[in-house]
Design a protein. Structure first.
Length: 408
């Protein structure tokens, strides 16, 4: 027994040595100013897109009920300063949910959200933080839609959403042009899966892959939820290749679930030159609830083998709220909410030398209380920006937090 313990400690030492942190994290700060009882914040965008960085500006978008009904708000700060100094209401007079954000060039951002059963989008110009310019919000062409998620290339904005058509929800892609005055012009509006929908499709998200777009979503065509993805044709963003299953079948094992195990809330990140990382909460290991699984699209038409992201210590606890980001240098990072320490903390892992690193709890985002719903983004320099929700006690009021991981 003693030899076993010594061997375990030795292996743990080697593991720790192999995975030195890439980032040193700053002390976390509150994003919103003034905490109010019975006000609750939510970071619930489809694809976990609640934080973005454009040149010198960091932006975080969320929903809270400070006005007595759910509305969407935005906070901004200079990347080189510690605190957020601008806070704006973005949505209109209706009930608004699940905002998403993406960076555009020159300290500009695009935001989308659901309001009264419709999806809206607007662009903001934050070149001067003391004089923020809000472009007019426009309604997208869908009478009943939700769960929007944003991505962009140099001059165009792409919004995926779940649109209600007759009996089922289906995934839609909307392509918009953004001019220098932050005006939006509708270019295309199309279904991602052209075949007749026989069950619901939810929570889409997308990334640009060179001259194409990759879309992924929750799909219930099998009678249980699976993760599906589709890549556009190179010459037309509204012509898609046949969808492929990303979350793999459980194999021939006889397992104690009905038609299949559950999966939830896929997130996508672009890394390297043209690779895509998909990660999601996965219940194939049914004994401990959801785990974090991932797959990489790095060959034309091929999604790789599903890999467990969390390490063996995480296999005895529940994980969810998956968020991903990637960098052109090839780095891939996944973060999530994790209960292995007896309370909910933010953990993260990155792909290193052909495998996922040991899981590390996010400095400042762990400890007593509940730390949940992370959203992460890597900037051009490789620094890691993180936002999440903090509850000091179960059921208590929430706070929005932020930390910066500076590249070592």
């Amino acid at each position: 027994m003693k030899q076993t313990h010594i061997f375990f400690i030795f292996c743990l030492f080697l593991s720790t040595k192999s995975y030195a942190q890439f980032w040193s994290f700053t002390a976390p700060v509150d994003i919103t100013h003034g905490q109010v009882d019975k006000v609750y914040h939510h970071l619930e965008s489809s694809g976990r897109r609640n934080i973005a960085v454009s040149e010198n500006t960091v932006a975080v978008v969320w929903e809270d009920n400070r006005s007595g009904e759910p509305s969407v708000y935005l906070a901004l700060k200079n990347k080189n300063e510690d605190n957020f100094n601008v806070e704006l209401k973005i949505s209109g007079d209706g009930e608004a949910y699940e905002p998403s954000i993406v960076a555009l060039a020159r300290n500009r951002f695009a935001l989308s959200w659901e309001e009264d059963g419709k999806v809206y989008v607007r662009v903001i110009n934050a070149e001067q933080l003391k004089n923020i310019k809000l472009a007019k919000a426009i309604q997208l062409p869908a009478k009943e839609a939700m769960q929007s998620s944003l991505t962009s290339n140099a001059h165009q904005l792409f919004i995926t959403l779940s649109k209600r058509v007759e009996h089922y929800n289906q995934i839609q892609l909307v392509q918009l042009n953004v001019d220098h005055q932050e005006n939006l012009k509708l270019l295309k509006n199309c279904r991602v899966d052209p075949k007749p929908v026989k069950n619901d499709q939810f929570y889409p998200t997308a990334v640009i892959v060179k001259d194409r777009i990759m879309v992924a979503w929750e799909d219930r065509r099998m009678g249980h939820t699976i993760i599906m993805g589709a890549l556009s044709q190179s010459d037309d963003f509204c012509q898609f290749q046949p969808p492929q299953r990303i979350s793999q079948k459980p194999g021939n094992r006889k397992l104690p679930y009905g038609k299949g195990y559950g999966v939830s809330r896929v997130a996508l990140g672009h890394f390297g030159q043209s690779e895509v990382l998909a990660a999601w909460a996965d219940k194939r290991n049914f004994r401990e609830g959801y785990d974090i699984y991932a797959s990489v699209y790095d060959k034309p038409g091929v999604w790789g083998t599903n890999q467990s992201v969390q390490d063996d210590f995480g296999g005895v606890a529940r994980q969810w709220h998956t968020t991903v980001t990637g960098h052109s240098n090839g780095r891939q990072i996944v973060a999530w909410s994790d209960e292995r320490e007896g309370h909910s903390d933010i953990f993260y892992s990155w792909f290193n030398d052909g495998e996922w690193s040991e899981d590390l709890n996010m400095p400042g985002a762990s400890g007593v209380g509940e730390q949940t719903h992370p959203s992460i983004i890597v900037d051009d320099e490789g620094n890691l920006h993180v936002t999440w929700i903090l509850r000091k006690k179960v059921g208590g009021m929430t706070r929005l937090r932020y930390t910066l991981g500076r590249l070592n």
